[in-house]
Write a protein that binds this ligand. Structure first.
Ligand code: ARG
Length: 633
């Protein structure tokens, strides 16, 4: 029978679903259990459905049960253990859940294996790539889908053109890509924005440098590295000229020093950038070409990470008018004040206590009228609000910029935009330590990925038997290398710093990207070798899956939709990754006990259905993280 029919039959016994908040059994079979346990507890205790439903918690490991209730969470008067005793006396026989055994103040619930398997395996196989997602999460009104989806803006990656793509950008890219996938899976309308560092005097420097050293072929072939080379070269010249000027001044050659000041490279760059600000078409044309070539090159790299941006915004895209407007408004509202010809905000006057002091006294407009990084972010935020009317906005920026982000969020609030301030969120993260490439100290994203890919290739070659069977070792090593980098990045909590360690991240042992890839490839290989038809698997007798290993695997697999729900709360990639490692450990310990080859046909089919479910969950989890699951290794 259809899994949904089975679920509906169970549901009829529960009464109206309205009693249970966020109950979506069609996509999350565990919700049936949550609702069922809630209805039992409601009968016994009389406590409100919502309170019970929300109090049912996940467990940390299978031996603690499939769900657990902390008795005090129901807010009933009395000693928890005594309440538990009393409730258990009235506990009815359930088709789904074993009668709990009191554990201190906790009631642990163990699901009966039979029905769980009957629900999970068909549901996961029916939903396939969608298993774990719940599009209702992103609806403006879950009870009325016609009102449409909520919109999420996620700004991430945001490198600076012609400068190295450093570890901070790498982390922002990985975490931002993951969050975009997460919200898309939850049914939000996600807009991915890349806010490039693409404006400022350095682009004048670059233009002057390009006129001296630029090479069209090199630019077309490798814009990012070529521009960076020029940038380094011309900056060196500027530094040398500066020393020269100081020397001339020291030697009393004031006129010569003055001449160099007025005609030197630095001044040329300043004038060039001034032309850009004034909208000079010719000056802008060169800069525009640098920008576009760099973006095209970045796009290739982002594709390797399965990331596509909806908008390449950037500091250059914020209009001077908008910033003048914002500055004027800050002045009029008494938020900003003049200081030495510049415009500053003294937060201690607007935010009481320690918090105000901590926000310091940033400048929002320079003496010469030029705008700053901070002011641009304010205008850009107001601009995004008008352009997209989002329900929520996330900025994925390194914790080194915590103060900057706090400042511009607060300024927008002080300007009277409380509604906007209420929907912006900073997702920050710690440092990567010890990241350098073999080539040198400059770290472009491509260099990093190539280095890890090479290293991965060496690791794979060590197992020659297997290596010989890989069809396209270069491509596989590349994907594996990327997985290695990403999993190391997502293994811990975002805020923690971590050590960039190629040997550790590329190992097949331990909780690494290659380990996950290996687990996935193994499931694919089992599927290929069993070579069963879809009908065979669909008609499998799931009641044959009685071994402890099979039951435990089903139990972990059934947690997947809940893991995604939990991740929407933590916004931590490690929530997903930790689960995938837990699941694959249960999986790998079950292979010896649940063989396919050599089993009789009935058992073969049912085990295949189970492994297929595991493959779906692993594949979905890996793609949620932004990895590309490989099928052969
Ligand atoms: N381009 C900046 C940097 O490399 C990061 C931009 C972060 N985003 C923002 N809205 N300020 O440091």
């Amino acid at each position: 029978t259809d899994p949904v029919d089975q679920l509906s039959a169970q549901l009829e016994k529960l009464g109206s679903l309205d009693n249970y908040p966020n109950c979506y059994p069609e996509v999350n079979p565990q919700d049936i259990y949550r609702a069922h346990i809630t209805s039992i507890l409601h009968e016994i205790t009389g406590v409100d459905h919502t309170i019970i439903y929300n109090a049912l918690q996940w467990t940390l490991s299978l031996d603690k049960g499939d769900m657990v209730l902390a008795i005090p969470a129901l807010r009933v008067k009395g000693k928890p253990s005594e309440l538990g005793q009393k409730w258990l006396e009235k506990w009815p026989e359930s088709p789904l859940v074993e009668k709990p055994v009191l554990n201190g103040p906790f009631l642990p619930f163990f699901f009966k294996p039979g029905p769980l398997t009957q629900m999970i395996v068909p549901t996961a196989r029916k939903l396939g790539r969608e298993f774990g997602t719940n599009k209702a999460n992103g609806l403006k009104d879950p009870s009325d889908p016609s009102k449409g989806k909520k919109r999420m803006l996620i700004e991430f990656s945001s490198p600076n053109i012609a400068k190295p793509f450093h570890a901070g950008h790498l982390r922002s890219t990985i975490i931002g890509g993951f969050l975009s996938n997460l919200y898309a899976a939850a049914g939000w309308d996600v807009v991915r924005i890349n806010y490039l560092g693409d404006w400022g005097k350095q682009y004048g420097i670059l233009a002057v440098g390009f006129k001296r050293y630029g090479n069209e072929d090199a630019l077309a072939k490798d814009p990012i590295n070529h521009l960076f080379e020029i940038y380094v070269k011309v900056n060196k010249e500027i530094a040398e000229e500066k020393e020269e000027i100081e020397r001339l001044q020291k030697d009393g050659k004031t006129a010569e020093a003055q001449k160099l000041l007025e005609t030197g490279t630095d001044e040329q760059a300043r004038q060039y950038f001034k032309l850009m600000v004034d909208g000079d078409a010719e000056a802008l044309a060169l800069w525009k070409r640098f920008r576009e070539l760099s973006i095209n090159r970045y796009k290739e790299t982002y594709n390797r990470l399965n990331i596509q941006f909806d908008e390449y915004s950037g500091e250059s895209q914020v209009s001077e008018d908008a910033m003048n407007e914002a500055a004027k408004s800050m002045l009029e509202k008494g938020i900003a004040e003049e200081s030495d010809g510049a415009l500053i905000i003294d937060f201690s006057k607007h935010v009481p206590g320690k918090a105000g002091k901590a926000l310091e006294k940033p400048i929002v407009r320079r003496k010469d009228g030029t705008a700053l990084y901070l002011t641009r972010d304010i205008s850009e935020l107001l601009n995004r609000e008008t352009k997209y009317q989002p329900d929520h906005m996330i900025y994925v920026i390194a914790s080194q910029q915590d103060l900057h982000v706090k400042q511009f969020f607060k300024i927008v609030e002080l300007m009277g935009h409380k509604d906007i301030a209420a929907k912006v969120q900073h997702i920050n993260f710690g440092l990567v330590l010890g990241m350098s490439t073999r080539k040198g100290t400059v770290k472009f994203l491509d260099d990093i990925l190539r280095d890890v890919g090479d290293y991965m290739h060496e690791v794979m070659k060590k197992n020659q038997d297997k290596y010989q069977q890989v069809e396209n070792p270069d491509a596989v090593a590349d994907i594996m290398g990327i997985s290695a980098v990403m999993c190391q990045d997502m293994a811990g909590k975002r805020i923690n710093n971590y050590q960039f360690d190629m040997a550790v991240m590329t190992s097949f042992e331990g909780d690494t990207g290659p380990y996950l890839q290996y687990a996935h490839a193994r499931l694919c290989s089992i599927t290929r070798r069993a070579n069963l038809s879809e009908e065979d698997i669909a008609s499998a007798d799931l009641s044959l899956l009685t071994e402890v290993h099979a039951v435990n695997l089903v139990r972990v697999l059934s947690q997947w939709p809940d893991v995604v729900q939990n991740t929407l709360r933590t916004l931590e990639p490690t929530t997903v990754l930790t689960y995938l490692f837990k699941m694959t450990h249960v999986l790998s310990s079950s292979y010896d006990h649940l063989r396919i080859v050599g089993s009789e046909p009935g058992l073969m089919k049912s085990r295949m259905a189970l492994y297929d479910t595991a493959r779906i969950v692993l594949n979905n989890g890996m793609r949620l993280l932004g990895l590309t699951p490989v099928e052969r290794l």
